[in-house]
Design a protein around this ligand. Structure first.
Ligand code: FAD
Ligand code: NAI
Length: 462
C-alpha cells in the first residue's frame, strides 16, 4: 500500500498525459493500467496501429497504381503482409515503450492490474489498496456490439481484429460508415479486399458537414468501396465458408442475404467503467453509461474526477489529452478551459477528411446567419503537381461579423491543413483574417486562403 496525491486509473492518452502533467506539477502520482503495455486504446489498438496500416497500405497502392503517372515505373509490386504487420507492431511497441520511459522519467508509479475505487480516496489494485487525495477515472471506451451478432475477433471482428488479419480477406462487410469503418475499410480495400460498407443512415460520416459526406462517398466509391446506405444488418453468422449476413432497408422492406469472408462491426464505442466500483462509491453516470462530470471534470463525489472517452464529448485522443492536462493544472490550483468547438476531427483516409467548428447543418439548426466560401483542390498548383486534386475546403463564417465558425476540408493533407482553422478559431479570427494572411506558394494551404476569399466572392484563381 502506498499514499499518493493523485491516482489515475487508465493509461490512455487521457490518463497518461494527466499523470505526466500531475508529476510535473509536483504531485506524487501513480497510474493504474491492466493491459501489459501503457498507452490505452489509442497506442495499442487504435490511433497508432490504424495509422501505421493506413500509411503502409497507402504506399502499396501508390506503388501499384499511382507512381506510373509520375514517370516512375515499378513492376512486380508485391505485398508482404508479415512485414507490413511487423511495421505496425514495431510502431506500437516504440510508442508504448515511450510512455513507460516517460513514466520513469517523471517518477510516476505504474500500478499494474485492474483498479477499482473502494471508497473516497482509496483505489484497490490486486490485493493492495492505495490511497490518494485525488482519483482520476480515465478508463476510456470499448466497442459497441450489435444484438445477436457475436464478435469473435476472427471472422466477425471489431477494429482490434481488423488490425490483425494475417492475410488479405477476399471480401469484407463493414457495419457502420463512420470513422473506423472508412479508415479500416480503406486499408483492406487498398490491399485487395472487396469492401462493402453498410450504413444505417442515408449518408456516411453522419456527424460531419453534409458536403464532406457527399464528396467523401463519391471519392471512396470511385476508389472501389461499395456502399449500402439506409440499410441495417439483422443477423450475421460465421460458418465454414465465411460470414452470412441478413440485411434489410433501415425503414423496413425485404431482406437480402450477403456473404463475406470477414465482417467488421464499427458502429461506435461506449464508455468503459466495468468493475470500477462506481456504484459502491456512488459516482453517477448518464443514460449512455458515461461518467457525469461538471466543467472542471469533477464527478458528484468529492476527490473523484473523470476525463477522456469515459465522459461526454467526442471520443478523440487529443480531446482526452487536453482534458488530462487541464485537470492536472486545476488540481494544482491553476485554471483552464477547453473550447469544445475548437477540437478538430480527422479521418485518415486518402484524401483525408478534416473538420473543426460548426457544420452547415448545425448553423441552420441554431439559426445562426452564415456565409460560405468553398474552393476546390483542382485549381491549386501544388495539388496538381501531387496528382491529388480531389476535394475542397469549405469555410463557414458569421454573416455579420465574419467570425470563423467552421472549416471543413476533404483533400490531400486535410488533417494537417485543418490546424490553420483551429488556430484562427481559437483566436476568434475571421475569414478575412485568413484571406489577408500570407500563404506560401505553391502550397496546399493556398486552397484555404482561396476558400476564405470565396466567403466574400473574390477568389483569385477561379
Ligand atoms: P483509452 O485510450 O481507451 O485508455 C483507457 C485505458 O484504461 C485502457 O488502456 C484500459 O486498459 C485501461 N483501463 C480501463 N479500466 C481499467 C481499470 N479498471 N483498471 C486499470 N486499467 C483500466 N482518436 C484520435 O484522436 N485519432 C485517431 O486517429 C484515432 N484512431 C482510432 C482508431 C481506432 C481503431 C480506435 C478504436 C480509436 C481511435 N481513436 C482515435 C480514438 C482514441 O483511441 C480514443 O479517443 C482515446 O484512446 C481515448 O483515450 P482515453 O485515455 O480516454 O482512453
Ligand atoms: P462512429 O460513430 O464514427 O461511426 C459509427 C457509424 O455506424 C455511424 O455512421 C452510425 O450511423 C453507424 N451505425 C450505428 N448503428 C448502426 C447499425 N446498427 N447498422 C449500420 N450502421 C450503424 O464510430 P466508429 O467508427 O465505431 O468509431 C468509434 C469512435 O472512435 C468514434 O467516436 C471516433 O471518434 C473514434 N475514432 C476516431 C478516429 C479518428 O479520429 N481518425 C479513427 C477511429 C475511431
Amino acid at each position: 500500500m502506498s499514499d499518493y496525491d493523485v491516482i489515475v486509473i487508465g493509461s490512455g492518452p487521457g490518463g497518461y498525459v494527466c499523470a505526466i502533467r500531475c508529476a510535473q506539477l509536483g504531485f506524487k502520482t501513480a497510474c493504474v493500467e491492466k493491459r501489459d503495455t501503457l498507452g490505452g486504446t489509442c497506442l495499442n489498438v487504435g490511433c497508432i496501429p490504424s495509422k501505421a496500416l493506413l500509411q503502409a497500405s497507402e504506399k502499396y497502392e501508390e506503388a501499384e497504381k499511382h507512381l506510373g503517372a509520375f514517370g516512375v515505373n515499378v513492376s512486380g509490386v508485391k505485398l508482404d503482409m508479415k512485414a507490413m504487420m511487423k511495421h505496425k507492431t514495431d510502431v506500437v511497441d516504440s510508442n508504448t515503450k515511450g510512455i513507460e520511459f516517460l513514466f520513469k522519467k517523471n517518477k510516476i508509479d505504474w500500478l499494474k492490474g485492474e483498479g477499482s475505487i473502494e471508497a473516497k480516496g482509496k483505489v484497490k489494485v490486486g490485493k493492495d489498496t492505495h490511497t490518494a487525495k485525488h482519483i482520476v477515472i480515465a478508463t476510456g471506451s470499448d466497442v459497441i456490439g450489435l444484438p445477436g451478432i457475436e464478435i469473435d475477433e476472427k471472422d466477425i471482428v471489431s477494429s482490434t481484429g481488423a488490425l490483425d488479419f494475417d492475410k488479405v480477406p477476399k471480401s469484407m462487410v463493414v457495419i457502420g460508415g463512420g470513422v473506423i469503418g472508412l479508415e479500416l475499410g480503406a486499408v483492406w480495400s487498398r490491399l485487395g479486399t472487396e469492401v462493402t460498407v453498410i450504413e444505417f443512415l442515408d449518408r456516411i460520416l453522419p456527424t460531419m458537414d453534409g458536403d464532406l459526406s457527399k464528396e467523401a462517398q463519391k471519392i471512396f466509391k470511385r476508389q472501389g468501396l461499395n456502399f449500402k446506405l439506409g440499410t441495417k444488418v439483422t443477423e450475421a453468422k460465421a460458418g465454414k465458408g465465411g460470414v452470412t449476413l441478413k440485411v434489410e432497408p433501415a425503414k423496413g422492406g425485404d431482406s437480402e442475404t450477403i456473404k463475406a469472408d470477414k465482417v467488421l462491426v464499427a458502429i461506435g464505442r461506449k464508455a468503459f467503467t466495468d468493475k470500477l466500483g462506481l456504484d459502491k462509491v456512488g459516482v453517477e453516470t448518464d443514460d449512455r453509461g458515461r461518467v457525469k462530470t461538471d466543467s472542471h471534470f469533477k464527478t458528484n463525489v468529492d476527490g473523484i474526477y473523470a476525463i477522456g472517452d469515459v465522459i461526454a464529448g467526442p471520443m478523440l485522443a487529443h480531446k482526452a489529452e487536453d482534458e488530462g492536462v487541464i485537470l492536472a493544472e486545476m488540481l494544482a490550483g491553476q485554471s483552464g478551459h477547453i473550447d469544445y468547438d475548437c477540437i478538430p476531427g480527422v479521418v485518415y483516409t486518402w484524401p483525408e477528411v478534416a473538420a473543426v467548428g460548426k457544420t452547415e447543418e448545425q448553423l441552420k439548426e441554431e439559426g445562426t446567419p452564415y456565409k460560405v466560401g468553398k474552393f476546390p483542390f483542382t485549381a491549386n498548383g501544388r495539388a496538381r503537381a501531387m496528382n491529388a486534386t480531389d476535394g475542397f475546403v469549405k469555410i463557414l463564417a458569421h454573416e455579420k461579423t465574419d467570425r470563423l465558425l467552421g472549416m471543413h476540408i476533404i483533400g490531400p493533407e486535410a488533417g494537417t491543413l485543418i490546424a490553420e482553422g483551429v488556430t484562427v478559431m481559437e483566436f476568434q479570427g475571421s475569414a478575412e483574417d485568413i484571406a489577408r494572411i500570407c500563404h506560401a506558394h505553391p502550397t496546399l494551404e493556398e486552397v484555404i486562403k482561396e476558400a476564405a476569399l470565396a466567403v466574400d466572392k473574390r477568389m483569385l484563381h477561379m
